[in-house]
Ligand binder design. Structure first.
Ligand code: CTP
Ligand code: MG
Length: 373
């Protein structure tokens, strides 16, 4: 029997509050965890993915190993229909929620075993909590004896699945559809970690499941000379100061440039010159605090949290330390972290060198990032 797997990733994630299967979970999106496990299974010939119509190209690029990437529908059932339509060269299918990242190989194997015997099967866990059902006459006790919570993958011979899904009906899982044909499924043992990420709390549980994260540190350094133009404003660490400004393509905020380099460096994402080339007119005279905000977004999309940032400014003027709290608040807001995670220090160069002669300002920054894995 040739098995194909269909990973469902076309949901809207309404209870989660966003595209939950795309969220970075320790370096890979949620859907990728189960996709990789099915791909790695020696008994599975093809693994396809069903995604939101607008995401087809993105998934094709991210998963060239996929047997197919097709657009799903408005309900889980319609997404399964799309997947069944795209699956070729197989005579049995396993349908899996992309929102269940931690499916075990033995669970997949147990479902396949039952399907090889001609059955429809799915993993299930006995319900352990006491159950009550609310109706007009109050919250009544429900007997939990023999009650199971269903998981995926749910499998059956392909012709049976296609017959069930040919019905113009809807169910929240595949056994629910097969039941319409009078098919009695076989339940195999589920696993606690094969839970579905449905809410934000489930996502926290997933993060906890994969355990400790990784921490990285980056360094940044920048220098700008004072401008010859007496009218040019002086921007430093996100604030406007009195006195002549620094020369540069953007607002020349040397401290923020060092900070962006430290952040990008920690994430291994190049440097500010690569992202915001000073030959590009778009960045001309642009406030550098926007580079900081954008960098924070780029890091968040890669799953990074910013732990802290520390800046050192080397300048004979202006005097900076009296505005430390203001700087920390401004940078913290741009990074989306508390101000107490941003530190700024300043020193003169004791009159030595180009800084000592008042020709320019230098800044250094260190940033630490953390993400779960
Ligand atoms: N799914 C799908 N197409 C749909 C609805 C759901 O492919 N139209 C997929 C989801 O991506 C998920 C699985 O089916 O992997 C289980 O669905 P569920 O947990 O309900 O996910 P969502 O529908 O995205 O979440 P919600 O119901 O909270 O909107
Ligand atoms: Mg749903």
């Amino acid at each position: 029997m040739k098995f194909g797997a269909i990973i469902l990733a076309a949901g809207r994630g309404e209870r989660y509050g966003g595209d939950k299967v795309a969220v970075n979970l320790g370096g890979r999106p949620v859907w990728r965890w189960s996709f990789d496990r099915f791909l790695a299974h020696p008994g599975i010939e093809a693994v396809g993915i069903v995604v939101a119509p607008a995401a087809v190209e993105r998934y094709q690029a991210a998963a060239p190993q996929a047997a197919f990437v097709v657009a799903g529908g408005a309900t889980r059932s319609s997404s399964v229909r799309a997947g069944l339509g795209a699956l070729t060269g197989c005579d049995a299918a396993l349908i899996h929620d992309g929102a269940r990242p931690f499916v075990r190989a033995e669970t997949i194997e147990a479902v396949m075993d039952a399907v090889r015997r001609g059955r429809a099967a799915a993993p299930a866990l006995p319900v352990t909590d006491t159950l009550r059902s609310i109706s007009l006459d109050g919250a009544r006790l429900v007997d939990r004896e023999g009650v199971y919570a269903m998981q995926t993958p749910q499998g059956a011979p392909l012709d049976v699945l296609r017959r069930a899904y040919a019905l113009d009906e809807d169910a929240t899982d595949d056994l629910g559809m097969l039941e319409r044909l009078g098919i009695v499924p076989e339940l195999v043992p589920g696993a606690p970690e094969n839970f579905k990420v449905t809410t934000m709390d489930d996502m926290r549980r997933a993060v906890a499941w994969i355990g400790a994260g990784e921490t990285r540190t980056g360094i940044g350094y920048d220098v700008h000379r004072f401008s010859d133009d007496p009218e040019r404003p002086l921007w430093l660490a996100g604030l406007r100061f009195d006195g002549r400004g620094l020369e540069g393509h953007s607002d020349a905020d040397v401290a923020l440039h060092a900070l962006v380099d430290a952040l990008l460096g920690a994430a291994g994402l190049g440097d500010i010159g690569l992202r915001y080339p000073n030959t590009d007119p778009r960045w001309k005279d642009r406030p550098s605090i926007e580079f900081v905000k954008e960098t924070a977004e780029v890091l968040a999309n890669e799953g990074w949290q910013i732990v802290n940032a520390d800046l050192s400014i080397v300048a004979e003027r202006p005097k900076i330390m009296s505005r430390r709290a203001e700087i920390a608040a401004r940078i913290g807001a741009a990074l989306g972290i508390d101000a107490d995670r941003v530190s700024v220090k300043a020193t003169t160069n004791e009159g030595l060198g180009f800084i000592g002669r008042g020709e320019g300002v230098a800044a250094m920054a260190v940033a630490t990032l953390r993400r779960n894995q």
